[in-house]
Design a protein around this ligand. Structure first.
Ligand code: WTA
Length: 677
């Protein structure tokens, strides 16, 4: 392991909110020793109509005493997140500040939206929702591309106290239906479609498919609001007309618009009033739910609440990107994932930041797109995933050097462990050794960054998530729950709550307790492994449960397995993660066929298709191998540890004495597809 240490960029350090490790340590100590004092001070930056009635922080992390796990920050306080991220700025003279530079899939398609303009649109849409009978506590599903109307929709929900459940636009009808059903959503907001690069995705069709499934399960979503985004179909390279009026009618793409239940966004918005008072909510009322993969295969509706989430997203944004007025920030994630929730909408907007909202694919029309956008808007803070960095590495320096990147100051990474080689490329080639790199470890469940450098003070090591953010107490535990001090490797857990921690799994609090708090009572279990080096740096080693991280998107192996076994010829399937050069990890699937069927390339294509339609295109497995038998214990449990070795062609299994029939191993090796060895 290399031990090079990189000092923070001087230009960043000079003006940073935290300029030295001493200052970080002092603030950190207060945040964990006196969290109430620390976060009370921060809460003063936000608008609360009423202060908490009881304790500022109240919680129980310990199930061993038979009590329920709960976390409450500022219970009894009254606020509204939409008010805090919009009205506050409009009232404070930031009305004309740019909130988003929207950059379309095509480089010549863009628009600018100010805080004042966004405020108006959000108020109007909040009124639309109210007119449809949506009220505090109702659940609204959002299935949209990366367009301004997506932000409008989520903030309009927040304004009236409705709970948004955003589903990433790459999920299939089945996945969308599963989330609508589990989340009991009463309204769906979508768009006609979107181009991702040259690929057209007909979102309305997929949404219709989902609603049909819901109906079959006796659950009816009464209304669907459809944004006319593409309008008459045009190939992506044609210059699009940006005036909404010119885009109508949208019928050329949306062929199954059902009058009555389907409503055009532009129609319902046309007469809506621009005034809408926010609904005042308890600090602990839910703000949104967002589904994340669960190791049983059924996704978990992670619930975040108002005040704690808002303060945590805002504070991590401020410190981790060292945000200052005048910065232009760009996060390439999709709002359909937590990174987009916290670091495109809520965190940046709570700080009154100016961001790029990017619809497209970072490598379309070419591998220089990112840097063209950086030059165009003079982006100073840039946040992306290791998988993109590895993709860009393939193209070398030329596309990077084509554009002026001198505005860049902080470069962030998220979604999966960043390999040192990609880290160095980010630092040397993209940042030209003048930027601070922040490798931010966190999860849907944590609401915001948990382990991360601060760009003005932390000396970084390529691949290390370094130290905890304010309020986070990381602990490494061994299998038996014993604390590992000093150098070592184990389960990464957090000892006490921070404001952004999830409060429950929607509709299933026991699963929340079981997943995160039962194995190690008194701690929140991340599900990731980590090691601590001699300097106390934390390095995330990856998931230690049955989860595969494909390009920063977590997938449960169980979900992929259940998609595979739905195929009529498949008897059984076992899926493990396989290291992948660009995606980080990908799925390696072993399938056992029902007797009498043949394993051939046609079947492989069909099986890949099964996963695409059941889960979504991004989940498509890399390898599908014929497995006439699977390695199992005598009690019938599949031994994934063995399968993981077979996937990488490694015969060092260790102990196989618990295996029922070890002869399957040779057969599995013989059946490995040659291209993966
Ligand atoms: C992984 C994404 C190493 C990790 C924000 C975690 C990371 C899961 C990093 C959460 C990082 C995310 N270094 N691993 N910087 N960031 N992960 O819920 O396995 O989509 O548990 O949230 O991604 O994925 P999620």
């Amino acid at each position: 392991m290399s031990e090079d240490i990189y000092a923070p960029a001087t230009e960043v350090q000079n003006i940073a909110h935290v300029k030295s490790m001493e200052q970080y340590e002092e603030m950190y100590k207060e945040s964990v020793n006196d969290p109430e004092i620390f976060w009370t001070k921060i809460s003063k930056d936000f608008y609360f109509q009423k202060q908490p009635t009881g304790k500022f922080l109240n919680y129980n992390f310990d199930v061993s005493d038979g009590n329920k796990v709960f976390v409450e920050w500022m219970k009894g306080a009254v606020t509204n997140v939409c008010y805090n991220v919009l009205d506050r700025h409009v009232e404070n003279g930031k009305k004309d500040n740019v909130c988003f530079y929207w950059e379309g899939n095509d480089p010549d398609d863009s628009k600018v939206i100010t805080y004042g303009e966004l405020y108006k649109q959000v108020c109007k849409f909040a009124n639309v929702l109210k007119d449809l009978g949506i009220k505090k506590g109702d659940h609204v599903a959002i299935y949209m591309p990366m367009i301004v109307e997506l932000v409008v929709a989520m903030l309009a929900c927040a304004r009236i106290g409705a709970v948004h459940s955003i589903v990433f636009g790459g999920f299939s009808s089945d996945s969308l239906a599963e989330r609508i059903l589990d989340g009991k959503c009463c309204l769906l907001i979508t768009a006609d479609g979107v181009y991702r690069g040259t690929k057209l995705v007909n979102l309305k069709d997929i949404a219709d498919g989902a609603l049909k499934i819901c109906k079959e399960k006796k659950f009816e979503v009464k209304k669907t609001i459809v944004v006319c985004h593409l309008g008459p179909m045009s190939p992506p390279s044609d210059k699009k007309v940006s005036s909404p009026a010119a885009k109508r009618p949208c019928m050329s793409l949306v062929t199954n618009f059902v009058e009555g239940s389907d409503l055009w966004y532009h129609d319902v918005m046309s007469n809506a009033s621009e005034e809408c008072k926010p609904e005042w909510l308890d600090a602990e009322d839910p703000l949104f739910m967002l589904y994340t993969s669960g190791s049983t295969g059924k996704p978990k509706g992670v619930v975040h609440t108002q005040a704690g989430y808002m303060m945590y997203a805002a504070t991590t944004f401020k410190y981790v990107f060292d945000y200052h007025d005048g910065d232009v920030y760009w996060c390439t994630a999709d709002i359909g994932w937590i990174t987009g929730h916290s670091y495109i909408t809520y965190g940046p907007m709570a700080n009154g930041a100016t961001s790029v909202l990017f619809e497209g694919v970072p490598t379309y029309p070419g591998p220089e797109r990112c840097w063209q956008v950086v030059e165009k808007y003079k982006v100073s803070k840039f946040y992306t995933a290791p998988t993109l960095i590895r993709t860009l590495m393939k193209y070398g320096d030329e596309p990077i050097k084509k554009y002026d990147r001198s505005s860049l100051k902080v470069l962030g990474s998220v979604g999966e462990p960043i390999n040192p080689e990609a880290w160095r490329f980010y630092y040397n080639n993209i940042g030209e050794k003048k930027c601070s790199i922040v490798d931010t470890f966190w999860q849907t469940e944590t609401g915001g960054h948990t382990m991360t450098p601060l760009p003005g003070c932390t000396p970084t090591k390529p691949g290390a998530a370094t130290f905890p953010f304010f309020g986070i107490v990381p602990v490494l535990l061994d299998e038996n729950g014993k604390v590992i001090e000093g150098v070592g490797e184990g389960y990464l857990v957090f000892k006490q709550p921070w404001p952004g921690i999830m409060r429950t799994i929607y509709g299933n609090h026991p699963r929340y307790e079981e997943t995160y708090f039962t194995q190690f009572p008194g701690y929140y279990k991340t599900g990731d492994g980590a090691k601590r080096d001699k300097d106390g740096y934390i390095w995330i080693t990856g998931r230690i449960d049955d989860m595969v991280n494909v390009s920063g998107h977590l997938l449960s192996t169980a979900a992929v397995e259940s998609a595979l076994v739905e195929h009529a010829k498949v008897a059984e399937a076992a899926v493990v993660s396989l290291p992948h050069k660009i995606k980080g990890e990908t799925c390696y699937c072993f399938v056992t066929l029902i007797d009498g069927n043949t394993f051939d390339s046609e079947l492989i294509t069909e099986l890949k298709h099964c996963v695409r339609t059941k889960i979504g295109p991004f989940a498509q497995p890399e390898v599908i191998q014929n497995a006439p038998g699977l390695p199992k214990t005598r009690s019938g449990k599949i031994m994934r540890r063995i399968l993981r070795k077979i996937a990488v062609n490694n015969r060092e299994f260790g102990d196989v004495s618990t295996m029922a029939d070890s002869s399957v191993i040779d057969v599995l090796f013989a059946n490995r597809p040659t291209s993966t060895s």
